[in-house]
Design a protein around this ligand. Structure first.
Ligand code: DO4
Ligand code: MG
Length: 287
């Protein structure tokens, strides 16, 4: 099932999409008004989120899929977003090319311990159709389309699409600047939904298009099969010796890297699609 958070008649609601249509779960269970409320109920009653939602669908108001797509916001009130880096060979090569210290990227690509870094908070994260930010003090900015693992108390409960928007000039100047290259206003987008029925996260097609003044200036596709680590392994490192908050998303690294010389500009539009999850689309602003 796919879960969307949206606002309807001034109220927050949790919508569920199945093969037979879309439903307003909150219309029949007013306390289930967010994905967080759903997973907490599931935990208390020792069920999966789908087992909590499923019995209510027949009595719930139906929604058109267009209404869901057009009005959905950030699908989870996330406490924190972390991200993995250099999990695909193309990312390792690109970073080696840009960096003042290229060896460290080869080392981390081959190492047992993955690179994990703090990426974003709720306030810095935007949902579908809301603007992602590029830093005005950076002249090389890129989107990074990534599969996101959605975690409740450190346990995977679904998957979403993420954009780890980054400054490559700041990261390239000195690796110690990574937090500034990665964490700033509007640095992350997530959405459009949380998919709870992904059988194998390591075999998903992913694509990204960037449009500028009505023209496509980047078009690429990949598959999560190219990841050198598993989502399970990344989650295990994130939760080691680390009491994680209730709601977190762990991005799993990028493998779609626009060629050197390409930088995002204000008013560009970035569209990312991951198979069986959905399309995350955002305009770009300078922050
Ligand atoms: O090593 C720096 C960040 C890498 C990253 O964000 C990625 O590979 O997706
Ligand atoms: Mg990344």
């Amino acid at each position: 099932m796919r879960y969307y958070q949206l606002s309807r008649r001034g109220q927050s609601i949790l919508a569920v999409e199945t093969d037979s249509g879309a439903y307003d779960l909150t219309s029949v269970k007013p306390d289930l008004d967010s994905f967080g409320a759903l997973v907490r109920t599931a935990e208390i009653t020792d069920r999966t989120p789908d087992e909590v939602a499923e019995p209510h669908l027949s009595g719930a108001d139906t929604l058109s899929t267009e209404e869901v797509r057009e009005t959905c916001g950030l699908p989870i009130d996330v406490d924190e977003v972390w991200a993995a880096g250099v999990t695909y060979q193309i990312s390792e090569e690109a970073r080696r090319g840009e960096s003042s210290m290229p060896e460290m990227y080869v080392n981390v690509y081959d190492a047992e311990r993955p690179e994990l870094f703090f990426k974003s908070t709720r306030d810095r994260t935007v949902g579908p159709d809301d603007a992602i930010g590029i830093r005005a003090d950076s002249d090389w900015n890129v989107p990074e389309p990534e599969l996101g693992v959605v975690l409740f108390r450190g346990e995977p409960v679904g998957y979403t699409v993420g954009n780890d928007v980054s400054s490559r000039s700041i990261e390239g100047e000195n690796p110690l600047y990574l937090p500034q290259a990665k964490v700033y206003d509007r640095c992350c987008s997530l959405g459009p939904c949380i998919a709870t029925d992904i059988q194998d996260p390591q075999t998903l097609d992913m694509s990204m298009q960037i449009s500028r003044d009505g023209e496509t200036v980047y078009d690429g596709s990949t598959n999560t099969a190219g990841m050198v680590r598993t989502c399970e392994d990344l989650v295990s490192y994130y939760t080691r010796h680390n009491t994680v908050p209730d709601l977190a998303v762990l991005l799993t690294g990028t493998s779609l890297v626009p060629e050197e010389g390409f930088s995002l500009r204000a008013d560009d539009h970035v569209t990312i699609e991951i198979e069986n999850i959905g399309i995350l689309s955002n305009p770009v602003v300078s922050v």
